[in-house]
Write a protein that binds this ligand. Structure first.
Ligand SMILES: [Zn+2]
Length: 268
């Protein structure tokens, strides 16, 4: 059975000039939930970070990045944004009102309301998760290193041990990220992936010593094999390299570009 891959909405622009974003249609019925996958448009940065760059560490003007964050923060309401320093690992940290920045990790989780967890990407997979019965949320960063290291399974395990939430209780959205169409990698990466998580014909199309890797399909398989129901996983938005006018793409840009943010949290 294929994933629900056609749920993305048209980018919406509010009268307050909020930046375009994608959302999960099925999540609009979850009371108090706020979430968004932002793209590259709707900000104030100049080339090559045009225009909604939200990273301070890619060479962009700090003033422009600050103005972009103000736009994003305004568009998600009163939630306070929690951020992390992403390092392509598999550590997930719990954040709280008094601890919005846990340092180096690749996943954030919380059961507190009033906090928006954020993840920054430009080809890597932004994974947003919600367990409605627990009013818990999680945001994960999954590039190829984090995918092989099992950031998705690690997030589920962290939430089980810290919050007592079972994998079957999560709903998961895999946001705009590079597709197999545009992501050729060494077969050693796929060998590592499949040695650890099992064979993945859905995610890997080999061609000699290289092949096409689909990071979203790989993370979907890891989530399902870790206990998330197949129907609870959604794909939101296009391939970032194909849609590089709407999304920052590290690979398509040659490495000099901005970072887009994805956020999730519950209103207080
Ligand atoms: Zn593509």
């Amino acid at each position: 059975m294929p994933s629900r891959s056609a749920e993305s909405l048209e980018p919406s622009v509010s009268p307050l000039d909020a930046p375009p974003r994608e959302t999960v249609a099925a999540w609009s019925s979850i009371d108090g939930l706020v979430h968004a996958f932002f793209g590259r448009n709707g900000g104030q940065s100049g080339e090559p970070w045009d225009s909604l760059n939200l990273s301070e560490s890619v060479g962009d003007s700090p003033a422009a990045v600050g103005r972009n964050w103000t736009r994003v923060a305004r568009s998600i309401g009163t939630l306070e944004v929690a951020r992390m320093t992403q390092v392509h690992g598999n550590q997930v940290a719990e954040v709280a009102k008094h601890r919005l920045y846990p340092g180096e990790c690749d996943g954030l989780m919380t059961r507190e309301t009033g906090i928006a967890l954020s993840v920054m990407t430009a080809d890597c997979v932004p994974i947003l998760m919600v367990a409605p019965a627990h009013r818990a949320v999680m945001a994960l960063h999954a590039g190829w290193r984090g995918t092989v290291a099992g950031i998705a399974a690690s997030g589920l395990q962290s939430a089980r041990s810290s919050f007592g939430i079972d994998a079957a209780e999560w709903q998961v959205a895999l946001g705009p990220s590079i597709g197999g169409c545009c992501y050729e990698v060494s077969s050693e990466i796929a060998d590592d992936l499949q040695q650890r998580w099992g064979t993945m014909p859905e995610a890997w199309q080999p061609s000699g010593r290289r092949g096409q890797l689909d990071l979203r399909r790989a993370n979907e398989q890891i989530l399902i094999r870790s206990g998330v129901p197949h129907e609870a996983v959604s794909f939101i938005g296009p391939c970032t390299a194909c849609a590089h006018r709407q999304y920052f793409s590290h690979r398509q840009s040659g490495g000099v570009t901005g970072r887009q943010a994805s956020l999730i949290g519950f209103r207080r």
